[in-house]
Design a protein around this ligand. Sequence first.
Ligand code: ATP
Length: 370
Amino acid sequence: MTQYKIALLPGDGIGPECMAATRIVLDRLVADTPGLDLEFTSHHAGAELYRETGETLPDAVLQDCLQAHAVLLSAIGLPDVRQPDGTEVQPTMMVGLRRALGVHSAVRPVKLYPGAPCALRDTGPGIDFVVIRENLEGLFASFGGGSQVGNEVATDTLVVTRQGTRQVVDYACRLARRRKGRPSDGQRMVTCVDKANVFRSFAFFRKVFFETAAAHADVVSDAVYVDAMSLYMVQKPWDFDVLVMENQFGDILSDLGAGLVGGLGLGPSGEIGERHALFQPSHGTAPQLAGKNVANPMATILSAAMMMDWLGDQHQDPVCTQAGLQLEAAVASVLAAEQVLTPDLGGSASTTEVAQAVAQSLEPSSKISV
Ligand code: ATP
């Protein structure tokens, strides 16, 4: 039996509460699952630490993240904690952590669970697609760079490389093979989202996309311009399965996706590399909710479900894969019952009560796919 080392970064604002809630669920899961062994190390990192020490991510913490089997992060950043240049500490820390871990594919499932509030009147055959955002280059390659000419002009450069594009497209195709296909007809497909009609960098992204996708003949590949995709995500989201795109486009469309299926409190994410992976909810630190035990912990719990699924895939360990299914099914059953929900979902339960309800709903034979 493998013991998986998980580095926990609870972070700032509502982060520690959501992490504590997730630990309630994970501890119950481990206690009830023969053959599942998780060892947690928890570290201070982020804006509060920066306020105290001037550091967001001490080297010892980074080293522990690099040595762990996976990293689970809750939320980082506080608007009143700033670097000398006036910017928040969160982007610097997260870009540094992503680059150090080499996590090239950011994965955001957009899945409508029964009981979750949906912004659309007609949900057709259901919503279940994944936004995959290239996570290390694109417009964010310019982070920490860029240039300003006098007081008149500023530039940032968007970078698309063959290797970076191949890695993210290859990951998208492999993920599509593990999924059930798009809700409208079960077709497994990967869609490139770009602006290839206007920019050379996106034309190149699309070219490498089709070259790479050709190696995955069982998955249909197509391409849609980003402006059209933002329309289709609202009009017919059930026609999509896996979407892959440049970093900045993914940043925007993944929040649109979260908005379709119940808001940030339900949006998990994974950031996947060849050796390392980092999991965190899509939401930020929501400082006005911090310390009140009212934040929705489901996005962090669903991120932990994605982590277990990734560990199962990476280590060919069916116990972890099953644990991921159980976690997701437990969240889905609490949502569907509509009894124990936090205020963002129209309920009055606390963060802790939701965690306890999810822990009580864990069942060994859950079948929902992540
Ligand atoms: P960041 O810039 O760090 O991504 P943000 O400014 O986008 O953060 P968030 O902190 O993600 O903002 O949250 C925006 C709003 O969404 C919050 O003010 C809060 O009302 C709501 N929200 C976010 N996460 C949760 C949660 N887990 N539970 C309840 N409400 C949440």
